[in-house]
Design a protein. Structure first.
Length: 202
């Protein structure tokens, strides 16, 4: 009787296990699919971030090509230093070889980046200084200030800074877009102070 019960229990266990095999297979398939999906998503994210970083770098270089009138055929190397004060970054623009490596001694100029807030929102201003210590150009980068005010500053006022001595420059006293223009002139002042204090004019 005991043996009969044991046999029946074993039989039931085998039948139960057999009935569970399709479910186990399905679970394994789902686990494999989930794992592969995770790997694919991870790979796509990695590629996407690389592309985003590359696009950001190209946009940065486009600013400096514009500021220093650098031809697209020339390779460029950016030496970026994060600053501790109100200015965010100092960027030294060098020529690069065909592999993208810096060529020492071949410098286009220095730029200072100020990422600030005003009453209109965030705004990035880049001040370029040429090798003679003159303002090469001032550009407004990414921002969420009022577009009409930004366009007005870009088209009517920024070019007036070109060629001015960074140690002795003039600003317009009234533009009708005071917050945006104030961010621009503040960035120039900060760039001037940092450049002169750190021997940039030597």
């Amino acid at each position: 009787m005991i043996l009969l019960l044991s046999f029946n229990q074993i039989k039931l266990a085998i039948n139960f296990s057999s009935s569970r095999i399709p479910q186990i297979k399905t679970a394994l398939v789902l686990v494999i699919i989930g794992g592969l999906s995770g790997l694919i998503i991870f790979g796509v994210n990695e590629l996407t971030w690389e592309r985003i970083d590359a696009n950001i770098e190209e946009q940065e270089k486009a600013y400096y090509r514009d500021i220093f009138d650098i031809d697209n055929d020339f390779n460029m190397f950016l030496e970026v230093t994060d600053l501790d004060g109100e200015l965010d970054q100092e960027i030294v623009i060098y020529e690069a070889d065909s592999d993208g490596n810096k060529i020492d001694g071949v410098t286009y100029g220095i730029a200072y980046k100020d990422i600030a807030k005003n009453n209109y929102g965030d705004i990035t201003v880049i001040v370029g200084i040429d090798l003679e210590g003159n303002i090469a150009k001032v550009v407004i980068g990414s921002n969420n200030n009022t577009p009409t005010f930004v366009n007005k500053i870009k088209t009517k006022y920024l070019d007036s800074f070109i060629g001015q001595d960074i140690s002795d420059y003039n600003v317009d006293t009234f533009t009708g877009a005071s917050y945006t223009y104030g961010s621009v002139t503040n960035a120039i002042m900060l760039a001037s102070d940092y450049y002169l204090e750190n021997g940039g004019d030597e």
